[in-house]
Design a binder for this molecule. Structure first.
Ligand SMILES: [Fe+2]
Ligand SMILES: [Fe+2]
Length: 193
Protein backbone atom coordinates (compact mmCIF):
# COMPACT_ATOMS: atom_id res chain seq x y z
CA UNK A 1 0.00 0.00 0.00
CA UNK A 2 1.65 3.24 -1.13
CA UNK A 3 -0.53 6.21 -0.23
CA UNK A 4 1.69 8.62 -2.21
CA UNK A 5 1.17 6.65 -5.39
CA UNK A 6 -2.62 6.83 -5.00
CA UNK A 7 -2.52 10.48 -4.03
CA UNK A 8 -0.68 11.29 -7.27
CA UNK A 9 -3.10 9.16 -9.27
CA UNK A 10 -6.04 11.05 -7.77
CA UNK A 11 -4.36 14.39 -8.41
CA UNK A 12 -4.40 13.51 -12.13
CA UNK A 13 -7.83 11.93 -12.20
CA UNK A 14 -9.96 14.32 -10.13
CA UNK A 15 -10.70 17.98 -10.67
CA UNK A 16 -9.01 20.32 -8.23
CA UNK A 17 -11.95 20.75 -5.89
CA UNK A 18 -12.64 17.03 -5.63
CA UNK A 19 -8.95 16.32 -5.18
CA UNK A 20 -8.68 18.78 -2.28
CA UNK A 21 -11.83 17.26 -0.73
CA UNK A 22 -10.35 13.75 -1.11
CA UNK A 23 -7.08 14.82 0.48
CA UNK A 24 -9.00 16.37 3.38
CA UNK A 25 -11.09 13.21 3.82
CA UNK A 26 -7.92 11.09 3.80
CA UNK A 27 -6.35 13.24 6.52
CA UNK A 28 -9.54 13.30 8.62
CA UNK A 29 -9.94 9.52 8.22
CA UNK A 30 -6.34 8.92 9.30
CA UNK A 31 -6.90 11.09 12.39
CA UNK A 32 -10.10 9.28 13.31
CA UNK A 33 -8.45 5.90 12.69
CA UNK A 34 -5.69 6.82 15.11
CA UNK A 35 -8.23 7.96 17.70
CA UNK A 36 -10.39 4.84 17.42
CA UNK A 37 -7.81 2.13 16.78
CA UNK A 38 -8.50 1.51 13.09
CA UNK A 39 -5.72 1.05 10.55
CA UNK A 40 -4.41 4.53 9.78
CA UNK A 41 -2.88 3.68 6.39
CA UNK A 42 -6.02 1.95 5.20
CA UNK A 43 -8.13 4.88 6.39
CA UNK A 44 -5.92 7.37 4.52
CA UNK A 45 -6.00 5.29 1.35
CA UNK A 46 -9.78 4.76 1.54
CA UNK A 47 -10.19 8.50 2.05
CA UNK A 48 -8.05 9.53 -0.91
CA UNK A 49 -9.91 7.21 -3.32
CA UNK A 50 -13.43 7.32 -1.83
CA UNK A 51 -14.85 9.59 -4.58
CA UNK A 52 -13.13 7.81 -7.47
CA UNK A 53 -16.56 7.17 -8.99
CA UNK A 54 -17.67 10.77 -8.70
CA UNK A 55 -16.12 11.89 -11.97
CA UNK A 56 -18.83 10.10 -14.00
CA UNK A 57 -22.20 11.42 -15.11
CA UNK A 58 -25.32 9.78 -13.67
CA UNK A 59 -26.00 8.07 -16.97
CA UNK A 60 -22.47 6.69 -17.11
CA UNK A 61 -22.76 5.46 -13.50
CA UNK A 62 -25.84 3.41 -14.43
CA UNK A 63 -24.02 2.04 -17.47
CA UNK A 64 -20.94 1.16 -15.40
CA UNK A 65 -23.07 -0.45 -12.70
CA UNK A 66 -24.47 -2.76 -15.40
CA UNK A 67 -21.01 -3.63 -16.71
CA UNK A 68 -19.61 -4.20 -13.22
CA UNK A 69 -22.55 -6.36 -12.06
CA UNK A 70 -23.60 -3.92 -9.38
CA UNK A 71 -27.27 -4.58 -8.68
CA UNK A 72 -29.57 -1.56 -8.90
CA UNK A 73 -32.55 -1.19 -6.59
CA UNK A 74 -35.64 1.01 -6.77
CA UNK A 75 -33.78 3.90 -5.20
CA UNK A 76 -30.41 3.73 -6.95
CA UNK A 77 -32.22 3.37 -10.27
CA UNK A 78 -33.67 6.85 -9.70
CA UNK A 79 -31.06 8.44 -7.47
CA UNK A 80 -28.17 7.27 -9.59
CA UNK A 81 -25.71 9.72 -7.97
CA UNK A 82 -25.60 7.24 -5.08
CA UNK A 83 -23.93 4.79 -7.44
CA UNK A 84 -20.68 6.76 -7.38
CA UNK A 85 -19.81 4.85 -4.18
CA UNK A 86 -20.29 1.19 -5.24
CA UNK A 87 -19.16 1.88 -8.81
CA UNK A 88 -16.09 3.66 -7.45
CA UNK A 89 -15.29 0.67 -5.22
CA UNK A 90 -15.61 -1.79 -8.11
CA UNK A 91 -13.40 0.38 -10.35
CA UNK A 92 -10.77 0.83 -7.65
CA UNK A 93 -10.54 -2.95 -7.45
CA UNK A 94 -10.40 -3.39 -11.20
CA UNK A 95 -8.30 -0.43 -12.30
CA UNK A 96 -6.16 0.38 -9.28
CA UNK A 97 -5.74 -3.18 -8.00
CA UNK A 98 -6.88 -2.28 -4.50
CA UNK A 99 -8.13 -5.57 -3.09
CA UNK A 100 -8.42 -4.93 0.63
CA UNK A 101 -12.05 -5.77 1.48
CA UNK A 102 -12.24 -3.21 4.31
CA UNK A 103 -11.12 -0.39 2.02
CA UNK A 104 -13.48 -1.49 -0.75
CA UNK A 105 -16.40 -1.65 1.68
CA UNK A 106 -15.60 1.74 3.14
CA UNK A 107 -15.68 3.24 -0.37
CA UNK A 108 -18.79 1.30 -1.41
CA UNK A 109 -20.83 2.43 1.59
CA UNK A 110 -19.70 6.01 2.08
CA UNK A 111 -22.88 7.59 0.68
CA UNK A 112 -25.75 5.66 2.25
CA UNK A 113 -24.04 3.98 5.17
CA UNK A 114 -25.55 0.64 6.19
CA UNK A 115 -26.44 -1.37 9.25
CA UNK A 116 -23.43 -3.17 10.72
CA UNK A 117 -20.67 -0.89 9.43
CA UNK A 118 -17.16 -1.84 10.48
CA UNK A 119 -14.71 0.54 12.17
CA UNK A 120 -13.00 1.61 8.93
CA UNK A 121 -16.32 2.17 7.14
CA UNK A 122 -17.50 4.37 10.00
CA UNK A 123 -14.27 6.36 10.04
CA UNK A 124 -14.44 7.07 6.30
CA UNK A 125 -18.17 7.89 6.41
CA UNK A 126 -17.58 10.40 9.18
CA UNK A 127 -14.41 11.83 7.66
CA UNK A 128 -16.45 12.80 4.59
CA UNK A 129 -18.52 15.06 6.90
CA UNK A 130 -15.86 16.54 9.11
CA UNK A 131 -13.09 17.20 6.58
CA UNK A 132 -11.76 20.72 6.98
CA UNK A 133 -13.42 22.06 3.83
CA UNK A 134 -16.92 21.37 5.19
CA UNK A 135 -18.61 24.49 6.43
CA UNK A 136 -22.30 23.57 6.75
CA UNK A 137 -23.86 24.90 9.98
CA UNK A 138 -23.40 21.79 12.15
CA UNK A 139 -19.95 20.86 10.78
CA UNK A 140 -18.04 22.26 13.73
CA UNK A 141 -20.30 20.48 16.23
CA UNK A 142 -19.84 17.14 14.47
CA UNK A 143 -16.10 17.78 14.18
CA UNK A 144 -15.87 18.14 17.94
CA UNK A 145 -18.11 15.15 18.64
CA UNK A 146 -16.07 13.08 16.18
CA UNK A 147 -13.10 12.86 18.53
CA UNK A 148 -15.21 12.37 21.66
CA UNK A 149 -17.68 9.69 20.60
CA UNK A 150 -17.58 8.08 17.15
CA UNK A 151 -21.15 6.79 17.16
CA UNK A 152 -22.67 10.01 18.50
CA UNK A 153 -20.91 11.98 15.76
CA UNK A 154 -22.03 9.44 13.16
CA UNK A 155 -25.63 9.77 14.32
CA UNK A 156 -25.45 13.52 13.87
CA UNK A 157 -23.83 13.11 10.45
CA UNK A 158 -26.35 10.59 9.13
CA UNK A 159 -29.24 12.69 10.41
CA UNK A 160 -27.88 15.70 8.55
CA UNK A 161 -27.50 13.55 5.44
CA UNK A 162 -31.09 12.29 5.76
CA UNK A 163 -32.46 15.81 6.31
CA UNK A 164 -30.62 17.05 3.27
CA UNK A 165 -32.13 14.24 1.17
CA UNK A 166 -35.60 15.22 2.42
CA UNK A 167 -35.00 18.94 1.90
CA UNK A 168 -33.97 18.33 -1.69
CA UNK A 169 -37.03 16.12 -2.35
CA UNK A 170 -34.88 13.09 -3.18
CA UNK A 171 -35.63 9.45 -2.40
CA UNK A 172 -34.15 8.22 0.85
CA UNK A 173 -32.22 4.97 0.68
CA UNK A 174 -33.37 2.37 3.24
CA UNK A 175 -29.74 1.61 4.08
CA UNK A 176 -29.38 5.13 5.52
CA UNK A 177 -32.49 4.60 7.62
CA UNK A 178 -31.15 1.26 8.86
CA UNK A 179 -27.82 2.87 9.72
CA UNK A 180 -29.49 5.71 11.59
CA UNK A 181 -31.84 3.40 13.51
CA UNK A 182 -28.98 1.14 14.52
CA UNK A 183 -27.09 4.14 15.94
CA UNK A 184 -30.21 5.25 17.87
CA UNK A 185 -30.68 1.74 19.23
CA UNK A 186 -27.05 1.50 20.32
CA UNK A 187 -27.16 4.93 21.96
CA UNK A 188 -30.20 3.80 23.98
CA UNK A 189 -28.42 0.66 25.12
CA UNK A 190 -25.39 2.75 26.14
CA UNK A 191 -27.59 5.12 28.13
CA UNK A 192 -29.33 2.14 29.75
CA UNK A 193 -32.76 3.16 28.39
FE1 LIG B 1 -18.90 10.61 -2.25
FE1 LIG C 1 -16.70 12.72 -0.51
Amino acid sequence: MQPDHYTELMREKLDHELFVHSLNVANAAAGLAERYGADKDKAYLAGIIHDYGKVFSNQKLVELAGQLDIPLDRITRQESRLLHAPVGAALIKKELQVSDPEILQAVANHTTGRRGMGRLEKVVYLADYIEEGRDFPAAEKIRQAAFEDLDRALLEAVEIAIRSVLDRGLMLHPRSVAFRNELVEEARVKQGK
